[in-house]
Design a protein around this ligand. Structure first.
Ligand SMILES: C[S@@+](CC[C@H](N)C(=O)[O-])C[C@H]1O[C@@H](n2cnc3c(N)ncnc32)[C@H](O)[C@@H]1O
Length: 276
């Protein structure tokens, strides 16, 4: 039911365009209630009497940076968990890392967790590498467009609820986390180096490094077709020959790209870049 605080259809169109321009995320035409539910809590915090006033404040360019960031954060999906899609982590252990180690037995492997959200994927990769005793230790880069999720990721602190999602193995919690008020903090000294940085996947600079393994999961589904194609091309451009690209379970490389082969194993599906 609409109230004096609700967004008008014109405000909703404005917010859809705003989010698409800022992040590439397409909000469907039927997400009105989701948008309202997520933005209404910001009204009191920023002193607006309605969503219409919030939209007006976003209209000058550049927008007030904190408001811009909070609106983008509120309207994006940051859902993630430790060892999300466990079969994939089994495939990393038994198929992907062994293949990469055969190609590069003596140099550190480089890994990119793209659209890393609050860091659970990057830390899961770190824990897996530590459990596998990968030597030399790989180097992990984790990026996301959202500053608030990266800030949480960098602290390495998670609530008990967040830990319970994917880390039900209490031996791993005992080994890799220290208790802190309300949850636990990851013991980064036990893991390979993990570096967190902001990055919009639509604009990856050519100077950004290339990697042996890229995980970019559960973000392409939110983009339109052109943005998806552009982001996939950036990922491939930053994948080293023989390197692996892992997308989300509902995602694939939609274009036919001769430089990439699809691997469908019993555990997971992923893509490998040709060696030459
Ligand atoms: C659903 S989460 C996926 C997290 C993790 N990859 C996983 O699968 O568990 C999607 C993440 O994509 C990020 N994102 C959205 N648009 C982005 C963009 N244009 N560039 C980089 N990250 C983006 C969001 O901030 C969010 O943290």
């Amino acid at each position: 039911m609409s109230s004096a605080k609700s967004a008008t259809p014109a405000d909703y169109d404005f917010l859809r365009t705003f989010v698409a321009t800022q992040t590439g995320i397409e909000l469907g035409p039927d997400r009105h209630y989701l948008v309202e539910n997520r933005l209404l809590p910001l009204l009191e915090e920023f002193g607006f009497s309605s969503l219409h006033h919030l939209c007006l404040a976003l209209q000058p360019s550049p927008q007030p940076p904190v408001l811009r960031e909070r609106v983008i954060h509120a309207l994006s999906t940051h859902e993630t968990s430790f060892f999300r899609d466990p079969e994939l982590f089994t495939a990393l252990r038994s198929e992907i890392f062994p293949a990469l180690l055969e190609l590069h037995p003596s140099r550190p492997l480089s890994i990119w967790s793209a659209a890393a959200s609050s860091g659970q994927e990057a830390y899961s990769l770190g824990i897996l590498a530590a459990e596998m005793h990968l030597q030399p230790r790989p180097e992990i880069t984790a990026t996301d467009i959202s500053a608030p999720v990266l800030a949480q990721a960098a602290t390495g602190r998670y609530t008990l609820y967040e830990l319970s999602r994917g880390l039900d193995n209490s031996a791993l919690i005992q080994k890799y986390f220290t208790p802190v008020s309300g949850g636990a903090a990851i013991r980064r000294e036990l893991l390979p180096p993990i570096h967190f940085a902001p990055l919009d996947l639509r604009h990856v600079p050519p100077s950004f490094p290339s990697f042996d393994l890229i995980l970019c999961r559960n973000v392409l589904i939110y983009f339109d077709e052109n943005t998806r194609a552009r982001v996939v091309q950036h990922l491939i451009d930053h994948l080293l020959p023989g390197g692996f690209l892992v997308l989300g379970a509902a995602e694939t490389i939609w274009q036919d790209l001769p430089c990439m082969s699809k691997v469908q194993s019993l555990l997971a599906s992923y893509h490998q870049k040709q060696l030459t």
